[in-house]
Design a binder for this molecule. Sequence first.
Ligand code: MG
Length: 394
Amino acid sequence: MRVDRIEVFVTDLPERLSRRSAGSGSDTGAPGDVMSKPILVKVFADGLVGYGQVRPTGRNHWLPDTSLSVVAAVRDYYGPQLLGADPSNLEALWADFDRTLPNNGPARAAIDFALHDLLGKAYGVPVHALLGGAARPAIPVEWSVSLADSVEEMVSASVRVIETHGITNFSLKAGGPGGWRHDVKTVGAVRAALGPDVTIGLDANMGWTVGETIRAINAMSDFDVSYVEQPIHKTDFVGLAAVRAGIGGVALIADEPVIGLHDVLNIIRMNAADAVCLKLTKIGGIRMARKMTTLIEAAHLQVNVGGAAVMSQLEAAAIAHYYASVPSPLMLDGAEFVFALAGVLADPLVPETDFRIGSDGHVAIPTGPGLGITVDDEAVAKHALISDVVSAAT
Ligand SMILES: [Mg+2]
């Protein structure tokens, strides 16, 4: 099998989703604005087409990638190397990519997802079968509650999620301008409103100091907080280790520092976390996630799946297949891709789908070949803001 054509698109989102977190946020932008719109990569080989899609980061986000930088990395760097290559040769391709243009997780992830989709279709199996199988038939999803102006808004948002979707895993954004004492009030109010049977974690997105984190988490000791995610700056591994020692056994998850394999190794060496948040788009896709997972397993840590794929069934499906391949307890309950599921937010490129949230807060893993998502190519053409074809290297 040889790759004979690669197309790359930026496609519009008719809906807009804005969410706030400490110091930054995410915003898909106004319809028609290229910033923060998803990137779609189509890889053709032997009459088959593999699809991969990622949502790039936009203004005010903590990652440096943009829609246009992802398109350029695929079109001008990785794509020309991939043309004519055997798509099953993932390790050799990745080694070439490392030499051509390092990092660039979102561009790598879009290609990685498309290649896994293509290979699954070629072999007639779902992507999770390429990864060792599905360790569970359905995935409990997590809802990330955006920062809001008042405690009451975050409480009512959480209550609405349980009533509407039956979700019982919550990640509350924290570390905002109200300070840690405000976060303590929010967590207490959400716990009182949701009762004892709901999992509540916090993501402070680097908004606290070491001391503030220890004080905040200890002040929340009556609220059964399951974890705190990346409370302090991403460069401070020593600080993370100090936090971990001071928060009385509440699990500490590292997120923002984790870009490459060596970041996971450093966290392990420095005893800096109990779990590692893997966002497939950030780290470069399924293949890198599996490598990181092996390191995490060997160190007796746990994996947390983040990502918040937005209105992208392809991206969420890629995360779902990976998630399914990691057994519990290595994988923490609660995968964060709910904003891409039918029944929550519609994906304009996938009008017909059964990849939807159930009433019990779970989603079934797609079972069709590849990622198991059927993209409507007419919808791609209709919503395309940018479309390009990769040319052979000169
Ligand atoms: Mg996070």
